[in-house]
Design a protein around this ligand. Structure first.
Ligand code: PAJ
Length: 289
C-alpha cells in the first residue's frame, strides 16, 4: 500500500493508472476510520474491480469547519487508519497536508481564493445550521476529484445531504465520475457509526441512541397513520429527544429525498433527517420513513 502526500505525485500516479486502463475508485474521508468508512472502501473495490485501483483520502478539511467547531480536536490516528486500510487491500492512501491543499490559507485566503458552491440543496438542514460547511465540502471534494481522477467515488448515506450535494455538483460541473451512495453502518444498538462517537463518554453513549429511537418511533407512527403533519411530528420528535437529560434537538426535517425540499404532509417514503447535541457532541442521522 502506497502512501502519497503530494498533489503532483498523486495526479501523476492516477494518470499512469488511467493510461494502463485501470478504473480508479476513491473514498474521501477525514480519517479516524470505523466500519462505516471500511464498508465504503469495500464498495469502491467492488466497483473498481480486481484490476482497478482503490484510493482512500484522509484529510481533515479546515474549510468545512466553522471557527467554533471541533476542527483542532477532531480525532486523528493515522497509524491505526493505515493499518485498517492495509487489511482492506487499498492500493493508495492520499494524505495531503494543509500546505498542499490550501497554500497560504490562514482564514484570510492569500494564494487560495477559488471555492465551489452549490446554491440550492445546501440551504437547508446542515447548511442552515452550519453556514459555509458545504462550501468547504464541495471545494475539497472537487479538488480531490481533480487530484485523484476517480471513475467512481463512494460516499455514505449517513451524510445524506452531503451525498446529494456532491451528486448535484458532479452533474452541474460535468465531473467525469460516478457517485455511489452506500448505506449507513450502525452499532448493534442503532447508533450510526461516526468518528465523533469517540467524544461520547459514560452515559452520553447510551443517550446517543435517542436519534435512532426517535427515527424508529416516527417510522412506526407514519406507517400506522399514513399521512402526518410534519409540524406535529417535529414537535413529537423534539419531545422524544429531550427525554434524555443531555440531548438537545438542533433540527429535524422531513423532505423529498431527490430535491431535499421540505414536506409538510409526511407519508411512507418521505425522508427524515435530524441533528442532535448529546452533551457537546453534535450527531446526525437520517432515514426513509
Ligand atoms: P467523514 O466524516 O470522515 O466521512 C467520510 C465518508 O464516510 C462520507 O462519505 C460519510 O458519509 C461516510 N460515513 C461516515 N459514517 C458512516 C457510516 N456510519 N456508514 C456509512 N458511511 C459513513 O464526510 C466527510 O468525512 C467529509 O465531509 C469529506 C467528504 C471527506 C470531505 O472532507
Amino acid at each position: 500500500m502506497q502512501i502519497v502526500s503530494s498533489n503532483a505525485a498523486m495526479q501523476r500516479l492516477a494518470k499512469k493508472w488511467q493510461r494502463a486502463g485501470a478504473l480508479i475508485g476513491l473514498v474521501p474521508t477525514m480519517g479516524f476510520l470505523h466500519e462505516g468508512h471500511l464498508s465504503l472502501v469495500r464498495e469502491a473495490r467492488k466497483r473498481a474491480g480486481k484490476r482497478g485501483k482503490v484510493v482512500v483520502s484522509i484529510y481533515v478539511n479546515p474549510t468545512q469547519f466553522a471557527p467554533t467547531e471541533d476542527f483542532s480536536k477532531y480525532p486523528r490516528d493515522l497509524k491505526r487508519d493505515l493499518k485498517l486500510l492495509r487489511v482492506e487491500g487499498v492500493d493508495t492512501v492520499f494524505v495531503p497536508d494543509d500546505k498542499e491543499m490550501y497554500p497560504d490559507r490562514r482564514d484570510v485566503p492569500a494564494r487560495f481564493s477559488t471555492y465551489v458552491t452549490e446554491e440550492k440543496l445546501s440551504q437547508t438542514m446542515e447548511g442552515a445550521s452550519r453556514p459555509a460547511h458545504f462550501r468547504g465540502v464541495t471545494t475539497v471534494v472537487a479538488k480531490l476529484f481533480n487530484i485523484v481522477l476517480p471513475d467512481v467515488a463512494v460516499f455514505g448515506q449517513k451524510d445524506f445531504q452531503q451525498a446529494a450535494i456532491i451528486k448535484r455538483m458532479v452533474r452541474d460541473l460535468n465531473f467525469p465520475v460516478r457517485i455511489i451512495v452506500a448505506p449507513t453502518a450502525r452499532e448493534p444498538d442503532g447508533l450510526a457509526m461516526s468518528s465523533r462517537n469517540k467524544y461520547l463518554e459514560g452515559d452520553l453513549r447510551r443517550q446517543a441512541t435517542v436519534l435512532w429511537r426517535a427515527m424508529r418511533a416516527t417510522k412506526v407512527a407514519v406507517k400506522k397513520i399514513k399521512l402526518f403533519s410534519a409540524a406535529v411530528l417535529k414537535r413529537d420528535v423534539k419531545k422524544w429527544i429531550e427525554t434524555e437529560p443531555d440531548a438537545r434537538l438542533d433540527y429535524v426535517e422531513f423532505f423529498d429525498p431527490e430535491t431535499l425540499v421540505p414536506i409538510t404532509e409526511v407519508s411512507p417514503g418521505t425522508h427524515m433527517a435530524l441533528a442532535v447535541f448529546v452533551g457537546k457532541t453534535r450527531l446526525i442521522d437520517n432515514g426513509r420513513l
